[in-house]
Design a binder for this molecule. Structure first.
Ligand code: PEP
Length: 249
């Protein structure tokens, strides 16, 4: 069994005082829990990375960005590079989140370029994939995941520098969750597909994301090939995010 990764995606939420307070609370809990059975990652908005990094320093919690540009530096107003995130202490970057794909028109090739940039900076990429409700209704959930995996994973990906997050778009922020059976089917399909692209595919962590909360986390985390969770809304409440982590025990 792979050690589980519980990753919090704060999205565009949090002013400095509340973000720092949330991070401090989690940092204290994680530092005190010597037997934590999971890795914890926080991905705050870019504005908070520096201050969150300061308060979680030494706690064991990992720090990540929510996106990056594929270039190292240059005339790209509003963007941040993977090197800039590394400079702030990030070791992870989420790429290809469905909100980036939808809101910014990011296609698989762009996601692969971003993941390559994350690796270039020496960081780990969390590459997000997942079908829409219409695609699932049409019976295309697995083929969409195959297409996104084939197009979004760069050639230098390994189990050390890459994590896959399966996030059915219809389950994100909606309160709807995929059933344990559906998650098992998709995750085992992803594992099989990964073996075409990555030598040590059995060691790649595959996260589930989509309305994970304390009430459903234990069931989801016990599904075969589920190696953690990417959590949006529930990562903004220390008690809920902590309880999700505890469900990995
Ligand atoms: C996400 O945005 O990655 C996510 C899974 O959000 P939520 O947990 O709120 O559904």
């Amino acid at each position: 069994m792979l050690r589980k990764l519980i990753a919090g995606n704060w999205k565009m939420n949090g002013l400095k005082a509340e973000g720092v307070a949330l991070a401090r609370d989690l940092g204290i809990r994680y530092a005190e829990d010597e037997d934590a059975a999971f890795d914890m990652l926080i991905c705050p908005p870019a504005t908070l990375i520096d201050s969150v990094g300061e308060v979680i320093a030494g706690s064991g919690i990992l720090l990540g960005g929510q996106d990056c540009h594929s270039e190292t530096a240059g005339a790209h107003t509003g963007d941040v590079s993977a090197e800039m995130l590394a400079d702030l202490g990030c070791s992870w970057v989420i790429v290809g989140h469905s909100e980036r794909r939808q809101d910014h028109g990011e296609i698989d090739l762009a996601v692969a370029e971003k993941a390559k940039a994350v690796h270039r900076a020496g960081l780990c990429a969390i590459i997000c994939i997942g079908e829409t409700e219409a695609e699932r209704a049409a019976g295309h959930a697995l083929s969409i995941c195959s297409r996104q995996l084939a197009g979004s994973i760069p050639t230098n990906a390994t189990a050390e520098n890459t994590v896959i997050a399966y996030e059915p778009v219809w389950a994100i922020g909606t309160g709807k969750t995929a059933t344990a059976g559906d998650v098992a089917d998709v995750h085992s399909h992803i594992r099989a597909e990964l073996s075409r692209k990555i030598a040590d595919a059995d060691k790649v962590r595959i996260l589930y994301g989509g309305s994970v909360k304390p009430a459903n986390a234990a069931e989801l985390m016990s599904v075969p090939n589920v190696d953690g969770a990417l959590v949006g809304g529930a990562s903004l409440k220390a008690d809920d995010f902590w309880a999700i982590g505890q469900s990995c025990a």
